[in-house]
Design a binder for this molecule. Structure first.
Ligand code: SF4
Length: 365
């Protein structure tokens, strides 16, 4: 048995307190004959003071601390590499999880915004043609704890008091394909007893799972939703994003509209511009028309070129021309270049390079 699988086996036999809701923690402590309020105290140690050792939880009785040490643990994500961009303000993290799986997160600074881009799955099954993660295939869903651990570990490294201000689910994986754990992680991020973030500072990005978008609309969460659209005809979109064969543009826009009406928030349409694929004037005009169907704004993102992909970034003047056409009548955010181009910050790229070349090439830690 390797050291890693031993570590996994030992932990699998215990309860991970990270990722349990207040209700679940209350049930746990009450099963042990403790008063309900111990759950709030535990949450404060886990998410506010962020201690990892039960013996430091000094307002808990000795007997409870011992029971916790025997039956429970507090997960953490191990940083495998940390890569800082030379050209902009992004740091890419590669984490190793308890079973040896690897996922990526990105920390981005933009004036007073500090955003963390989180992964929700190990790999991804959506098979989008332009995506590095897609080329790895799908391994497994992350737990809510593993999603939170990325955020908490990165935040621990920050040297400012404000901490992370925004979270985006745009790393590896399709968050709505890991629906329950993603929603649970968001609830813990926004629970005042846990991380206490504002719902409006959290964005879930989806490739277009219409059924789950409708379900998400019913969650009473005032988060943001970004739909990765990337094409204006079903034929083009199915080629780029096979999920479109199941949920075509019409259906996914209807679902997104329902979400926007239920939450009273405009959706964000993400459109990655790829040279000669989806960047023509006709595409821009069709996109302008599609945008008329729902309350939304548009993020245009010139393609971040990845190794092994056949796609290229359009010239800047082509990007500008596209933007001008769509902007006649709609809100289009300023052109957003992916942060961390020199550190492989498109989803899945860091892990791919790490596994090809080994940690030494990328690590600055
Ligand atoms: S773009 Fe997102 S949904 Fe599509 S394959 Fe990549 S990680 Fe999955």
């Amino acid at each position: 048995m390797t050291a890693q699988s031993q570590r996994y086996d030992q932990k699998a036999a215990k309860i991970n307190l990270k990722g349990l809701t207040l209700l679940e923690l209350e049930e746990l402590v009450m099963q042990w004959g403790e008063p309900k309020y111990r759950a709030k105290q535990l949450m404060s140690w886990l998410y506010r003071r962020r201690v990892r050792a039960f013996e430091t939880m000094t307002n808990l009785p000795h007997q409870l601390r011992q029971r916790l040490a025997n039956l429970a643990y507090i997960s953490e994500a191990r940083i495998l590499t940390r890569t800082t961009s030379n050209t902009d303000t992004a740091i890419k993290y590669l984490f190793e999880l308890v079973d040896g799986s690897r996922v990526e997160s990105v920390l981005m600074y933009d004036q007073d915004r500090i955003t963390v881009c989180l992964s929700s799955q190990v790999g991804c099954a959506m098979a989008c043609d332009f995506c590095a993660t897609a080329k790895m295939g799908f391994f497994r869903n992350l737990t809510a704890a593993e999603i939170l651990d990325q955020l908490i570990t990165i935040e621990r490294e920050l040297d400012n008091e404000k901490g992370v201000t925004h979270v985006v689910f745009m790393g590896m994986g399709e968050p709505l394909a890991n629906y329950n754990q993603t929603v649970k992680a968001i609830r813990l991020m926004t629970d005042a007893n846990a991380l206490g973030m504002s719902e409006g500072k959290i964005t879930v990005s989806t490739s277009g799972l219409a059924r789950q978008i409708r379900q998400f609309a019913g969650e009473q969460l005032k988060c943001n939703l970004a739909l990765s659209l990337n094409a204006t005809t079903d034929a083009d979109r199915t080629r780029l994003m096979p999920i479109n064969a199941k949920y075509p543009i019409d259906e996914v826009l209807d679902a997104t509209r329902e979400w926007a009406l239920a939450t009273q928030r405009p959706a964000t349409l993400e459109y990655v511009l790829i040279r000669g694929v989806n960047d023509t004037a006709a595409d821009a005009r069709r996109l302008r028309k599609l945008m008329g169907r729902l309350p939304c704004k548009l993020n245009l993102i010139p393609f971040n070129e990845i190794e092994g992909a056949d796609f290229q970034r359009p010239e800047l003047n082509q990007v500008e021309r596209f933007r001008r056409i769509v902007a006649e009548g709609h809100h289009v955010a300023p052109i957003r270049f992916s942060k961390g181009r020199d550190i492989a910050a498109a989803c899945g790229q860091l892990r791919t390079i790490y596994e090809k070349q080994g940690a030494m090439l990328l690590s600055d830690s």
